[in-house]
Ligand binder design. Structure first.
Ligand code: F6P
Length: 544
């Protein structure tokens, strides 16, 4: 089959027909018709429970979706990935992040893991000291995109495991406000910078790293740099040019994509935050998910189910977004992390052969930790009239317990399950009217108010219940979404591992910088809007 010919297959046509026939299906009717729906549309594996009974699917639809697994040859592509074939064709690279979490990793991976372990122990034990002899109290990771979002998300997720003697901070934004406000309370004598960049050429990271270096040199002198800077990169030449001691480089490789790099030395700040044993447990969780992904048939394969349900919602029901709603403050950064994972991987308009795709690909991924989101955007989920599939993520056991008897966790779970129930069930005009009447309202008042109290429901969601939020479970969770993204990319026939879409804006910014610094434009003339905006930024006497 041609790579992006999946829309011409009988399976795709069957799914289109099923979507047409299912337009009038309402989730509340599906539940009413089958008392065992939850059991039939859920999957438990290695402590995780995925309940997808609130998705708008039937057994017939699931069977048709599962057929895409073979038709798109997902197993064949999995093997190519595992064998180290250059499946990132537009960059000519292999995709081998799974090797980073293999209990028997390649020798070069094992060597870097050993170096990371020794470094973590030295920092935690106070053997690694700053230039003036002080132990390290604060680590600042300077990176962006995959060199920031993963370790930042995971550091927050594992807040309950933090090494108390060390605080880990993340700086990514080119805006000086990010570095300035992070450094303000820190002491240069006890601050260690991790400059994390696969290419070591990224403008944001290099600008922040240069300013951080200036901060250290101004306080402690040039000689202190080697005690206050380490680098994580694939580009030794650029790291050396920047002036970081070659002994202080933690290597990774071009076969690790930026957004899949948390498992590599990019995870160093995470390992510093939670200790190396927890980092190893994180790798073990990821590997356990790899084993499951490679062995389970699609109907009982967690990544496959998430991927195929997403394809159903996007390509057959017409959903344009996916709301990720973790009912866990510690997973606050997960939606942002998944934005890069899914949107940078699968936000593509052409297939692997360069031809335009005839269907929608990655959804707009967004979200917020519950219950905060409930007080911000859930109104639109319930009554805004758009189809917005949701991934609810909840923890069976809390990661933090406060003293006193306030039932934080039970209330959190109650809110999570109530929201997915309300989104599924909705409330009819009849039900709303009866409710108001039984509260003692007059018939006239009921008629006036009831339309505002109607909830259409039928909003699809999955709920992923994690046993707890520890390093192993987090590893499972992240690898689950990675493989989900992989399966979708294969079914959509695209290359999930390049990101040409981020290049153009970068190119134009390079051209505009001299103008904003008062110089002259090079290359083509500017459009009138860009020229006027630049002109408006010239500081005038009125600005003072
Ligand atoms: O956003 C584009 C991108 O290339 C990402 O894929 C990557 O994670 C990020 O920039 C940072 O790149 P680097 O690690 O090379 O600084």
């Amino acid at each position: 089959m041609a790579v992006n010919g999946i829309e011409t297959t009988a399976a795709w046509r069957t799914l289109t027909a099923l979507a047409g026939r299912s337009r009038d299906l309402h989730l509340r009717d599906l539940f009413a018709a089958d008392a065992r729906r939850a059991a039939g549309f859920s999957l438990a594996h290695d402590g995780l429970l995925l309940d997808y009974s609130k998705q708008r699917v039937t057994t017939e639809i699931m069977t048709a979706l599962n057929a895409l697994w073979e038709i798109a040859d997902v197993p064949g592509w999995m093997e190519k990935m595992r064998a180290g074939e250059a499946i990132n064709t537009s960059e000519g690279r292999a995709v081998r992040h799974m090797a980073l979490r293999d209990p028997e990793p390649p020798a070069e991976v094992r060597a870097v893991l050993g170096k990371m372990r020794r470094f973590c122990e030295a920092v935690h034990g106070g053997d690694w000291r700053g230039g003036s002899g002080e132990a390290i109290s604060d680590v600042v990771n300077i990176g962006i995109g995959g060199s920031d979002l993963g370790p930042k998300m995971a550091t927050q997720a594992l807040a309950a495991c933090h090494q108390l003697q060390l605080r880990v901070h993340y700086v990514s934004n080119l805006d000086a406000a990010h570095l300035a406000t992070t450094l303000a309370p820190l002491n240069p004598r006890s601050t260690l910078f991790v400059v994390a960049s696969k290419t070591f050429t990224t403008q944001e990271t290099m600008s922040n790293a240069r300013s951080a270096r200036h901060w250290i040199v101004a306080a402690l002198g040039e000689a202190a740099v080697s005690r206050h800077f380490v680098a994580v990169s694939t580009n030794f030449k650029e790291v050396a040019k920047f002036g970081i001691d070659p002994d202080n480089i933690f290597e990774f490789w071009d076969w690790v994509g930026g957004r899949y790099s948390l498992w590599s030395a990019i995870g160093l700040p995470l390992a510093l935050a939670v200790g190396f044993a927890n980092f190893e447990a994180f790798l073990a969780g990821g590997h356990a998910m790899d084993r499951h992904f490679f062995t389970a048939p699609p109907q009982s394969n967690l990544p496959a189910l998430l991927a195929l349900l997403g394809i159903w919602n996007i390509d057959f029901l017409g959903a344009e977004t996916l709301a990720v709603l973790p009912y866990s403050q510690s997973l606050e950064h997960l939606p942002r992390y998944l934005q890069q994972l899914e949107m940078e991987s699968n936000g593509k308009r052409v297939g692997r052969n360069g031809l335009p795709l005839a269907y929608s690909t990655a959804p707009v991924v967004w979200g917020e930790a519950g219950t905060n989101g409930q007080h911000a955007f859930y109104q639109l989920l319930h009554q805004g009239g758009r189809l917005i599939p949701c991934d609810f993520i909840a923890l069976k056991q809390p990661d933090f317990v406060l003293s006193g008897n306030t039932p934080h966790h039970a209330a959190l779970l109650a809110n999570c399950f109530a929201q997915s129930e309300a989104l599924m069930r909705g409330k009819t005009l009849d039900e709303a009217s009866r409710e108001l009447a039984s509260a003692g309202m007059t018939a006239e008042a009921v008629a006036q108010l009831a339309p505002f109290k109607v909830f259409p429901g039928n909003q699809p969601s999955s709920t992923l219940l994690l046993p707890r939020l520890d390093a192993y479970t987090l590893g499972q969770l992240i690898a689950l979404y990675e493989h989900k993204t992989f399966v979708q990319g294969i079914v959509w026939g695209l290359n999930s591992f390049d990101q040409w879409g981020v290049e153009y804006g970068k190119q134009l910014a390079v051209r505009l910088l001299p103008l904003l610094e008062g110089g002259v434009a090079s290359g083509d003339a500017l459009d009138s809007s860009t020229a006027a905006l630049i002109a408006a930024c010239r500081v005038t006497p009125h600005d003072r």
